[in-house]
Structures are given as C-alpha cells and as structure tokens.
Design a protein around this ligand. Sequence first.
Ligand SMILES: Cc1cc2nc3c(=O)[nH]c(=O)nc-3n(C[C@H](O)[C@H](O)[C@H](O)COP(=O)(O)O)c2cc1C
Length: 204
Amino acid sequence: MKINPKTHDKFFNILKAVVVPRPIAFISTQSTKGVLNLAPFSFFNGVCYEPPIVSVAISRFAGSKPKDSLVNIEETGEFVINLVSQDIAQAMNKTAAEFPSSINEFEIAGLTTAPSDIVMAPRVAESPASLECKLKQVVAINEGTPKECGLVIAEVVYCHINDELFDGRHVDIKGLNVIGRLGGHSYCAVDNEFEMILPVYKPE
Ligand SMILES: Cc1cc2nc3c(=O)[nH]c(=O)nc-3n(C[C@H](O)[C@H](O)[C@H](O)COP(=O)(O)O)c2cc1C
C-alpha cells in the first residue's frame, strides 16, 4: 500500500501508528498567574547531548482553545518533563482532557507536587525521573493557521532520578517502568529489553 499524506484524510492516525513507540513528556508548567498545569505530549525526543537539548511538539490549539502548556512555556520560558511510569499512567491520561486554564491538573489527577531546583514549575513527585527545562526556541509550524504547532526546543538544566534507580553511573531503565505511546489508544511497557554493542569499523 502506498499512501500520500496530502490526499489521505486521516494521515495523522497513520503517522501516530508508525512513529512508535514514543516517549511521553508529562509536562508541568506554572502560568504567570501562578496556576499549575500538567499535560502529556508524545511528539517528544532528545535532540543533542552537549548541552542536553530536548524537543516537544505542541499543537497551539485544542479546538479553539490555546493549549495551556505552550502558552505557559512561552510566557515563563520554563517547564518540567516528568517521565510516566505504569503506576501513574491512568493519572497522566486524566490530565489530557481540555480543561480551562484556571484548572490545576495536579489536583484532577491526584498527583503530588515536588519542588524543582532551578525552575518555578514543580515536578510530579510520583514520577521516577524529571527534567527541569529552560526554553531556547519555539519553531512555529503552520504559523497563523488553526493547525499551528510549536516545536519547543529546550535545554535540560537539572535532572532528578529516584535514588534506587541510579547508582551514580547507570540508570535502571527497567526500574523506571515507563510507558510508551503507540497508535490509536494503545500504549506499551518497557519490559523486553535486549542489548546490541555498537560496531566499530576497522579498515583492512
Ligand atoms: C499520551 C498522550 C500524548 C499526547 N501527545 C501530544 C503531543 O505530542 N502534542 C500535542 O499537541 N498534544 C498531545 N496530546 C494532547 C494533549 O495532552 C492535550 O491536548 C491536553 O489537553 C493539552 O493540555 P494543556 O492545554 O493543559 O496544555 C497528547 C495526549 C496524550 C494522552
């Protein structure tokens, strides 16, 4: 089957089903009025190591309402990416509804705030690891249209990992117990890890 994204009416669903599994950035922000916000985003990835840069693509609008996460990130220049373990998967999902910007999704999800070290927005205490981020740039895609999307590029300025999941050198990846986003309504667990050693090219 060959598919042209320009002529398929729901290519978005196909893209979400083939770019898998996706990590989930469970983003906590604080508005300029002091309201806390929490929402998940899976168009998320690492960009480079030094300095540590990550990217998250956030649609500007949910219907006609601006997404609070993008507004808060642009207005404050700060946010926290919290990892989503299986334990908080249901709570994460609750925060994805389109709540008014006056609503604190920590309360909706029954999650606890933990203070961050550098940024104002708190972390999710129940998350196994969190990355405090400072905004570098928002690249506007489809600018000025209802389909506008902000590609948020940010530097990780502080990292928190649960003590029992880090020995000072290695992260216990299985212990993080994170979930990944698949297509449709599906998610996956990280429970089938295997290793491959990076090959070294040796000229004859
Ligand atoms: C697992 C998951 C992943 C999501 N990924 C994205 C994403 O990458 N980009 C996006 O714009 N919305 C994404 N959403 C939808 C947002 O979470 C949703 O629009 C949310 O209401 C935004 O909240 P906010 O207005 O508080 O920022 C995702 C939802 C779920 C459940």
